[in-house]
Ligand binder design. Sequence first.
Ligand code: ADP
Ligand code: MG
Ligand code: MG
Length: 324
Amino acid sequence: LIGCNTAAPTSESRLKLGTNITITIHDTVPRGIFPDIWTRFDEIEQKMSINESRWDDTELLQVNQAAGDHPVTVSDETLLVVQEGLRVGELTDGAFDVTVAPLVLLWMVTGSTPQVPDQERVAAARELIDYTRVQIEGNAIYLPEPGMGIDVGGVAKGYAAAEAARLLREAGVNHAILDLGGDVVALGTRPDGRPWRIGLQDPTRRRGALMGVVEVIDTAIVTSGVYERFFEQDGVRYHHIIDPFTGYPTRNELTSVTILSSDPTYGDALSTGTFVMGLETGFNLIEELEDVEGIFIDEQQRVFLTSGVRDSFRLLSDEFAVSC
Ligand code: ADP
Ligand code: MG
Ligand code: MG
């Protein structure tokens, strides 16, 4: 086998960005690549996190604390992530809204003390949510009303994935899989040149149970689903994707949305946004947009595929049925 690329895959895992991350390199491992990526993730979290992380003075916490008072200058990458969030806010007519922080902090679904808040407090927080009111001048971000806040939780993991993929490519890696708690970047092809086969989570079953598989090359596969993070109170499940229009966890016919795109940042924001929009509007938006495909699953276990993914998707579970 001399001359063949027979490198066995090398994996490392860490708990970062509030999720379990695994990087698997199917190539010669460039020196120092794993520490470089873990450091990159720490830097991103240190700039952009707003809840219960190791860092209590992040750029976005400063922006939020200064709401109604003064603008705060942020780094280029924080600005970029916020701007990507604002752009997808426009595309989704506010279903994706980076100013959702007051509601996220009220519900604390992903925090240590989740609770169903009083109706009045939900209504009050909802009044503060409006991405069109974010003011940007240069690198300075200003939120015009006290209590407003930016939360990039629906898009920053995608950005982190994009950064990790960039570092890997720059180091010469052509075959790798990044898994950020279910958000996957399939870098390049398999070592034998064939497409990667990426499993899709069955939203009704334990983590790791798959309902289908897609074949992809150089693609980010990002999912937002009801099963990802949630708490239960009085027998009702409350998950972490908030409908900015109601102030409550999104309740529609969907159980999960998977977006395929070359840009993980865009895909992450779009999966959250189209999940909030619901099957019909969300699906139509993805069908309409260029360079993105979607896999929508509803409560009746129906699977809806946009036209560009129909040939590369295969069902694995007979409890689901492909509807289009
Ligand atoms: P995950 O973080 O599990 O990958 P998502 O990408 O769908 O899931 O992001 C969910 C996170 O996005 C929430 O934890 C919250 O921080 C934020 N979020 C919740 N609702 C919205 C919304 N309507 N628009 C923008 N961000 C949201
Ligand atoms: Mg998202
Ligand atoms: Mg996500």
